[in-house]
Write a protein that binds this ligand. Structure first.
Ligand code: SF4
Length: 463
């Protein structure tokens, strides 16, 4: 299945791609399907009430991840793309005056989040850990129809029907360099004497123009950079009840004050890398705008690694930003097609581990790595995240998530550097590593997969 760079990198609202952006998108897709009533065979004039039941990880960590707010905002017509803080103020005013809002496009339908969003703490739906069922009722309380959606990670949403469609059926247009595994990617690069970023670019150009591609990638980096800058200049306490202080601003000040000092140890560059990632993830935790890369929870790793390249590597070249992001997106597509980038499905190895693999590949590429070295860089970064669980304290994407992105970026830089010192020949292939990540994730106990029922989430006493 071809995944565009713009599927992998999308504007997202914090704190979670699968638990905030996905549900908001699902609510909007559901309303759209109601309007067309295409697969619900429903007389829309008879609708009186809509409910949304959250299942699995969406129920267990939904409050901490603002899933309920996301559903409410989706019902009001918001999506991550058209998200507008002024509309949020209006929604909150409407809610405080009544205990409901009018559903977008269905002004006679009142949506009351208290009673119409239902957290089902029973077993997850069998198809996926992040399921939600929207139901519509008539004025007499009779169920008129329902539709099930799954938020499958990275802000991707599928209906029950789409989830069952095979990868082959989704392949549509022919692309010049079709690769869905790392092995195919290296073979194509070698057979055509072409870089991974150029192959990815040529594939993208089947669907959009050169101008659209350039403008889109430039915007991705501008949005990533803005989220770093916003994070570096904001302090205070993060929302949600953990009373966690934002640290990026103070750390930035401290690192700046040491700039140029002879006594500064070389490893301090790691603090800069972590700082950039933490700045993004603090923005995400505060509900700010970030770029999913490939998810919200792991949004800091790629921007931090690219910022490290631009700010700290001698003779870095801003003209290579597009190569970095295209290469990272190529690896992201392979990861998404063969495993998962969802913490609820495979644990944090699939989120921060995937982001680190993508970032390592991007950095290796702009530092002059061959296709084999790039594959090796991604593999090293992913291999050393294998087994990592997802256990956010209080269901908030704060601890361990914020610091974890910093360490993920540091690992990405080391992985790229190690790969560049080799010749690309290595024992564990990226494909084997991805397969292992997926299998390990499937075998992982549910309590370690974004349910906040295990790990740090139960062993750290909240104050
Ligand atoms: S622990 Fe990792 S996978 Fe889980 S919410 Fe945090 S960043 Fe995402």
């Amino acid at each position: 299945m071809f995944l565009s760079i713009f599927d992998i990198f999308k504007v997202g609202i914090g704190p979670s791609s699968s638990h905030t952006n996905g549900p908001m998108i699902a609510a909007s897709m559901f309303l759209q399907s109601l309007k067309t009533a295409s697969d619900l065979s429903l007389d829309t004039r008879s609708i009186s009430r809509i409910t949304c039941t959250l299942h699995g990880s969406l129920a267990f960590t939904g409050k901490g991840h603002s899933t309920d707010k996301a559903i409410l905002y989706g019902m009001a017509g918001l999506t991550p793309e058209n998200f507008d803080p002024d509309r949020i103020v209006k929604i909150k005013n409407e809610l405080s005056q009544n205990d409901y809002i009018s559903v977008n496009g269905f002004s006679s339908v009142r949506f009351c989040p208290e009673s119409d969003i239902i957290f089902d703490y029973g077993p997850a739906l069998k198809q996926h850990a992040n399921g939600m069922i929207f139901r519509v009722f008539d004025a007499d309380g009779n169920l008129c129809g329902s539709k099930t959606f799954f938020s499958i990670g990275g802000g991707f949403v599928k209906s029950e029907l789409e989830l069952g469609i095979t990868k082959e059926a989704l392949n549509s247009k022919e692309i010049p360099y079709p690769f869905s595994t790392a092995e195919e990617m290296i073979q194509l690069a070698s057979a055509n004497n072409i870089s991974i970023s150029k192959m990815k670019k040529d594939n993208e150009l089947v669907f959009i123009t050169q101008d659209e591609l350039n403008t889109g990638i430039t915007k991705i980096w501008a949005d990533m950079k803005k989220s770093i800058q916003d994070g570096l200049h904001t302090d205070g306490i993060l929302p949600g009840g953990l009373k966690l202080r934002r640290r990026a601003k103070a750390l930035y000040k401290s690192l700046n004050s040491e700039k140029g000092l002879n006594s500064t140890a070389p490893h301090v560059v790691n603090d800069w890398i972590a700082l950039y990632a933490m700045a993004v993830n603090e923005e995400n935790a505060a509900g700010g705008k970030i770029v999913t890369a490939p998810t919200n929870g792991a949004a800091g790793v790629i921007p931090a690694t690219l910022m490290y390249y631009l700010e700290h590597v001698p003779n870095s070249d801003p003209n290579k930003i597009h190569d970095f992001l295209l290469t990272a997106a190529a690896i992201g597509g392979i990861l998404k097609s063969n495993a998962s980038i969802s913490g609820a499905e495979v644990g944090c190895q699939g989120e921060v581990g995937s982001a680190a693999a993508m970032a390592a590949a991007g950095l290796c590429s702009v530092l002059g790595g061959s296709a084999a070295q790039i594959e090796n860089a991604a593999e090293i970064a992913l291999e050393h995240h294998l087994g990592m669980t997802c256990d956010p304290i209080k269901g908030l994407v704060q601890a361990p998530c914020i610091e974890r992105n910093g360490l993920g970026a540091i690992k990405a830089v080391s992985a790229a550097s190690l790969a560049l010192r080799g010749d690309g020949i290595h024992l564990v292939s990226l494909d084997a590593c991805i397969k292992t990540m997926f299998e390990t994730g499937k075998d992982m106990m549910v309590k370690y997969k974004e349910t906040s029922q295990g790990g740090l989430a139960v062993n750290v006493i909240e104050c």
